[in-house]
Each structure stands twice: as C-alpha cells, then as structure tokens.
Design a binder for this molecule. Structure first.
Ligand code: 16G
Length: 256
C-alpha cells in the first residue's frame, strides 16, 4: 500500500468528532502533508476511491479536495489526477529584475510551455493605446497565452506590442522577449503594478483552480533604452503558487 493510500483508510479517519465530515477529510490530508507522510508530487486517490476508502460520500470528498486545492495543498491536473503540491513548489519571484517568464523558469530548472489562447493583429483598445503611448490608429500584435511550468498552469498573459516593433504575431516562438531581443527591441526597464483579485470561471478553469480562487493581477509596461514603450501586458498569476519578493533598504539619508 502506498503512503497516499495508507492516509485514506477508514480506520485512521475514525468515526468520532463533531466537525463537519468534509473538514475532517481536509484535516486528514493537511496533517499527512505537514507530517511529511504525503510529499510534493504524491498522487492522491480519485474522489470516488477516497470516498469508498473513508466511507463518506463523494460530495464530502469533493468539498474537502476543492478547499485543499484553493489553499494550495493539492494540485489538480486536468486529465491526470490530483497531487500534493507541497510548500516547496511555491515560486519566489524577485520584483527588482526585468526578466521573461521563460528565463525565470529556466533559472529554476523548470520546463516551460505556452498554450496559445490567441495571437492576432489589430487596432488597440483606447486603454492599450494610452498605456503604449501610441495613436489609436497604429496597429498592435496581441499574444494571449496560458503559461505552464513542468506542466502546471501558472499564469495567463495578454501581451500587446505595437506594430513598429513587431508586425507579425506568428513570428513569436516560445519566448516573446527572445523575439524582441532578436529585433533589437528587448525592454530594459518596466513599471509593474499588481493587485489581488478573484479568478473568473473562465480563467480559473484555465489555471486548474476553483472559480473565485485568489490571483495576482499584474500589469507591466516596458520601455526601450530610448524611452519608447514596447510592451503592455496584463496577467493573472495563481495566488497559491507565487510569492513576489521585493528587497527594501533604508534611504541613504536615513542611515545611521
Ligand atoms: C513575463 C512578464 C511579461 C512578459 C513575459 C515574456 C511578468 C508579470 N510578466 O511573464 O510581461 O511579456 O514575461 O515572457 O513578469 P517570454 O519571453 O517567456 O514570452
């Protein structure tokens, strides 16, 4: 019997306690993860098997698993099952370096993939024209991607680039920044703004988390050395996966 199966035994679950059943199932998994009995990457039995093993209904198990996914303890991969996420799989992202998603993941030894949701060319929206400091009649390329690392979906990004820097959406391969660099338009400075948000049903489905899960909405406006705006990107990063880290230092005039 594997460790994961051992955790889901009726004997262990017991039949005492006044807490709602789904909370007891949830605690069973949380305790096993905290005690190292279940490790990052371990496969968890299906809802049906776990319900049989614990002698509870599938609805109870589903409710417990949904909360565990929302809390970042478990990870659901469409088509392949449910796994222990483990605290080690959170990604720490420094806020001070201007890097691309591909570079960030490569540095961590993770394999990146992008599912193209859309790539197109057209006129900017008034907001995009404003953010890119271009006229509303200048065309832009749009790159809408679901970003994955080692298979797990991490972020949804919509990047908008003015035609003067990139006029064919089909020339971008795995990395947008690599393509910009080849053309001599790699951004060197960016302003980034982020705030917390709850994911819509569509975005949550893409990111494999329950609707309403916490995410970080990030807006990046990037500039070339001569000050021209080269990129306007809006992204949703999974809140259960990312820690954005900023280094702070005391202002020189305040130093003792
Ligand atoms: C990062 C950037 C995004 C940029 C992308 C390029 C944030 C919040 N966003 O995801 O603005 O377009 O990298 O990545 O960091 P790529 O070169 O791998 O396509």
């Amino acid at each position: 019997m594997t460790d994961a199966l051992r955790v889901f035994t009726a004997k262990r679950f017991g039949n005492e306690g006044s807490a709602p059943l789904y909370l007891r199932v949830k605690k069973l998994v949380q305790d096993a993860v905290e005690q190292g009995e279940l490790k990052a990457g371990d496969a968890i039995p299906s809802e049906r098997d776990a319900a049989d093993m614990l002698a509870v209904s599938r609805v109870t198990v589903r409710k417990a698993f949904t909360e565990l996914v929302r809390d970042g303890v478990l990870l659901q991969r469409r088509g392949s099952g449910t796994f222990v996420r483990g605290t080690a799989s959170r990604i720490e992202q420094p806020l001070s370096r201007l890097t691309s998603f591909s570079e960030d993941m490569k540095l961590r030894g993770l394999k990146t993939e992008a599912d193209w949701l859309d790539r197109s060319s057209g006129l900017p929206t008034p907001e995009e024209a404003l953010k890119l400091s271009i006229s509303p009649s200048e065309h832009v390329c749009r790159f809408h991607r679901l970003r994955r690392a080692n298979d797990a979906p991490l972020a949804i990004e919509l990047a908008v680039i003015p035609h003067r820097f990139l006029d064919d959406p089909n020339v971008v391969g795995a990395s947008l920044y690599d393509t910009l660099e080849l053309r001599g338009f790699r951004p060197v400075r960016a302003l980034q703004r982020l705030h917390a948000t709850a994911l819509s049903a569509t975005d949550a489905k893409l990111l494999d988390v329950p609707t309403g899960s916490a995410a970080l909405f990030i807006e990046r406006i990037s500039y070339l050395p001569d000050g021209r705006t080269v990129e306007y990107t809006r992204s949703f990063y999974r809140g259960d996966t990312y820690d954005f880290v900023a280094e702070l230092s005391l202002a020189p005039e305040m130093r003792p």
